[in-house]
Design a protein around this ligand. Structure first.
Ligand code: PBG
Length: 324
């Protein structure tokens, strides 16, 4: 063979050519911003382990949504921090709870904003598990009734999409049936299909006060070592009627995102979780990384792996950085 005929570097010679050769792009419309909402007025309470993120009340959530919309980010996902918790998550389906109120405020302020609601019990139970307990384990089928009730309550409050994150078996079918019966056949289900147990969600649990009071989530969230099982979980949710799938965490699961892209033709969403955000922020604060560049690189990695949508705490700062 002569000296290489193929020179990959030919196509990398200057910025214009590199821009032409770029295979993937992140757009503000790909992003979904997570909001932690609680009751009250004018609340903007910094979350120590998620620098730059705040707990919001419905009114401040609506203002924040307006800013995101103006930056081109069309969607938020809401997590509720209720006034009270009990063993059976009663406050999770309260129509006067922080999530329904925030939905209404956001929709009043920015009607076009796509408001997604996380559906889970862990923020609402006093034991911090994602469902109703039977002894020390979460009772799957009893929890399904609860999740369906929560999803209907959010749909009734005006949300655009529900996103069950509990990892109970059969919840997509159950929620679909309940939404349809109640007149919400047009409300899509964005299902957390492959969600892994681990230390990935620590800062989120600080923010939402939702850490389990005993044990862990390993009987319902998956083992991070399992790839085949992740595909099976996704296939089940597709069969049950999920409109789009979430893979979570994100940076730890890029391979699964690629697997999902190759197996399913429905929209895929990745959750760039709280620990991933916290790590970048902490290293950035220490001056150990180029934070802005690393955020760009993390987001583009999700697109390259096959994501359509990215739930990320970086949404606002990233969209703001486009204009600068
Ligand atoms: C609720 C829920 C969690 C996250 C999303 N939905 C916490 C958990 O499962 O413990 C985590 C998101 C993040 O870490 O950013 N079940």
């Amino acid at each position: 063979m002569p000296f290489p005929t193929h020179r990959a570097r030919r196509m990398r010679q200057n910025p214009a050519l590199r821009a032409m050769m770029r295979e993937n792009h992140v757009r503000p419309t790909d992003l979904i911003a997570p909001f932690f909402v609680q009751s009250g007025d004018g609340v903007q309470l910094p979350i120590p382990s998620l620098p730059g993120q705040n707990r919001l009340s419905p009114d401040t959530a609506a203002l924040e949504a307006r800013q995101l919309w103006d930056l081109g980010v069309p969607s938020v996902i809401l997590f509720g921090i209720p006034d009270f918790k009990d063993a059976v998550a009663t406050s999770s389906y309260d129509p006067g709870g922080p999530v329904p109120r925030a939905i209404q405020k956001i929709k009043e302020t920015v009607p076009e904003m796509q408001v997604i609601c996380d559906v889970c019990a862990c923020e609402y139970t006093d034991h911090g598990h994602c469902g109703i307990l039977h002894g020390e384990t979460v009772d799957n089928d009893q929890t399904l009734e609860l999740l369906a009730r929560v999803a209907v309550a959010y749909a009734r409050a005006g949300c655009d999409m529900v996103a069950p994150s509990d990892m109970m078996d059969g919840r997509v079918a159950k929620i679909r049936a309940a939404l349809d019966v109640e007149g919400f056949s047009g409300t899509p289900i964005l299902s957390y299909a492959a969600k892994f147990a681990g230390a990935f969600y620590g800062p989120f649990r600080d923010a939402a006060g939702s850490a389990p009071s005993f044990g862990d989530r390993r009987t319902y969230q998956m083992d991070i070592a399992n790839r085949r099982e992740a595909l099976r979980e996704m296939a089940l949710d597709v069969e049950e009627g999920a409109d789009a799938l979430i893979i979570k965490p994100g940076l730890f699961c890029l391979d699964l995102l690629r697997d999902a892209r190759e197996h399913f033709n429905i929209p895929l969403c990745v959750y760039n979780v709280s620990s991933e955000y916290a790590m970048i922020k902490a290293a950035g604060q220490m001056g150990w990384i180029n934070e802005k560049q690393l955020i760009d690189e993390a987001l583009i990695s999700f697109k390259r792996a096959g994501a359509d949508l990215i739930i990320t705490y970086h949404a606002k700062e990233w969209a703001q950085s486009l204009g600068s």
